[in-house]
Design a protein around this ligand. Sequence first.
Ligand code: ADP
Length: 246
Amino acid sequence: MIEIRDLHKSFGPLEVLKGINLRLEHGKVLVIIGPSGSGKTTLLRCFNLLELPDQGILTVAGTEIRFAEKAKIPRKTVLGLRQKTGMVFQSYNLFPHMTALGNVMEGQITVQRRSREEARSRGLELLGKVGLSDKAEAYPHQLSGGQQQRVAIARAMAVEPEVLLFDEPTSALDPELVGEVLKVIRQLASEGMTMVIVTHEMKFAADVADLIVLMDQGFILEQGSPQQVLKQSQNPRVRQFLNRLS
Ligand code: ADP
């Protein structure tokens, strides 16, 4: 479903991704962990070209893009890739002037050209799935952070992406609201949704991940199953990172 080969990304003189290689199969969950500033968010944003890599090859659901410095990627390719990926941001990024249902309908109407009735019916179904049937007519400012994030997940799902991308989906939430959002993500994982998740929630990572990638200073320090990375890794820098968390 996703393959990345020798991906590099710099911001000016700062090289943030220094040659990333990974593969994720259809229906699997990749969790990216690592210290702050190690390049996790930048890597995630390369998956849907919110950041443009300088070098390397990215394949998402059959679309392969080769990057070379200064080479322009056609807009059509960028839009095609974006349609295959749904993004959930740390700060929800809902449209503030639209209701929960309006948020979930918008992409279906503008991107997928569905009729309002169709978008409404699917929107209500998805709001039900994230446990918010009774909040369809509420505006974002009337919802808790956890509810807003669940609307954001429903919105990302609404356009039927091949892959869902989550950028620290619970780190803006009060601790008591984290569980309800993780529950929805767990549910999607159990239904076979392909997902890439950047998170600091280690217990959740261990539970939900098929593949864990631990980043450090722009490199992948370790990758493998949760067991391999979190329990069995002998790499002293991995142990140091994990010990700091416990
Ligand atoms: P993480 O998600 O692991 O905390 P990031 O990918 O957000 O790391 O950031 C990696 C490094 O890239 C940091 O040093 C950060 O300051 C830098 N960085 C991220 N985005 C930009 C940007 N748009 N412009 C310049 N530097 C950036």
